[in-house]
Design a protein. Structure first.
Length: 348
């Protein structure tokens, strides 16, 4: 309870002590009596039968009951004041704000406390209440402002998420971009080393995309890239991550996949690319070339793993493209072969 409410309650308690305890209205100090009468907070004193024994003028104004009807009115279930006072709390310090006023939009803060005689028996009730409509409106406005602020925060968070997504996603194909690929691969390499599980990398280049651009135009070339992106995404498993790292180059990270599994998956992706059909250009049949590498003691970083995949990719191109080459695990013997095997994907 704030300071005015405490003052009102204290003065009301003095009033009750004089009226009920001593039964002497004449002993009431004139100055204190005037303060109570002129207060904007309402004060009601009820006897043991829930009948109004005394009240200040503010009580009638706040409750919408004329002064002549207020004195002697009953506040029990059969009385007209019951709907107005029944929700009051017993504790004088509890916050009990509710719409008990008969006036629309008026909210009263009602406090109730028992009146006891010298032996502790309850002989009545003291009510102190005040108009807190302005506070209620401010609270409602603050709540509405908080709701609006939460909406704005959610909108900002969604926009930030969209911006973060845009920063790591290729706008043409919808696959993740090189920036995401490099960060993702670093994390996966660390995880696979820590957990002792394999990790492989597949680098895919489309064959002769420049000729497609020169013959049919760049819009068709962009459509080819989008269609290839869709084909890779549709055939990428949950644990795998497909990215477009630039131009006509795509990279797929395969956590938990060894060299053999990665080679088989690369063949599946290249066959899916060959099945891509461009509307109105049935004669356009795509092929692609892939290099595969797997983590080894000497290929223990993103750079070395990608270098091994690129070397396998270049070897596949040297052998005629439209094939998958799988990098051999690096050894200290520098004369070891670049690839362990080469697989032609689509027969002419």
């Amino acid at each position: 309870m704030d300071a005015p409410g405490l003052i009102a309650f204290a003065l009301g308690a003095i009033w009750v002590w004089i009226v009920v305890g001593r039964k002497l209205f004449n002993d009431w100090p004139p100055v204190s009596h005037r303060i109570i009468r002129e207060m904007s907070d309402g004060i009601l004193v009820l006897d043991g039968s829930d009948r109004v024994l005394d009240a200040n003028p503010a009580s009638g104004q706040l409750l919408g009951v004329s002064q002549d009807r207020l004195i002697g009115a009953r506040a029990d279930r059969s009385g007209e004041l019951f709907p107005l006072l029944s929700g009051a709390e017993q504790s004088p310090v509890s916050d009990n704000r509710y719409d008990c006023s008969p006036y629309p939009g008026c909210t009263l803060d009602v406090r109730k406390s028992p009146i006891r005689d010298s032996d502790g028996s309850s002989v009545g009730q003291l009510y102190v209440f005040r108009n807190v409509s302005a506070d209620r409106r401010l609270q409602d406005e603050l709540q509405a402002a908080n709701v609006e602020l939460e909406k704005q925060i959610e909108q900002i968070a969604a926009l930030q998420a969209k911006l973060r997504e845009g920063a790591v996603r290729d706008p043409l194909t919808g696959l993740m971009n090189r920036r995401f690929f490099e960060e993702f691969l670093e994390r996966e390499i660390s995880r696979c080393h820590r957990d002792g599980i394999p990790l492989s990398l597949v680098v895919i280049d489309l064959d002769f995309l420049k000729q497609v651009n020169d013959r049919f135009g760049h819009p068709v070339g962009d459509l080819v890239l989008r269609q290839v992106g869709d084909a890779l995404r549709e055939r990428t498993r949950r644990e795998e991550q497909a990215c477009r790292t630039g131009g006509d180059e795509f990279v797929i990270v395969l956590p938990q996949a060894d060299r053999t599994c990665a080679g088989e998956r690369a063949v599946e992706w290249l066959r899916a690319i060959h099945q891509v059909s461009i509307p109105g250009l049935q004669e356009l049949r795509l092929t692609a070339t892939a290099g595969v590498s797997t983590l080894s003691p000497l290929d223990d970083s993103r750079v070395s793993l990608l270098r091994s995949a690129d070397e396998a990719l270049y070897e596949a191109k040297r052998r005629g493209r439209n094939r998958v080459c799988i990098a051999r695990a690096r050894r200290t013997d520098a004369s070891s072969e670049t690839v362990t095997r080469s697989v032609r994907v689509v027969e002419p």
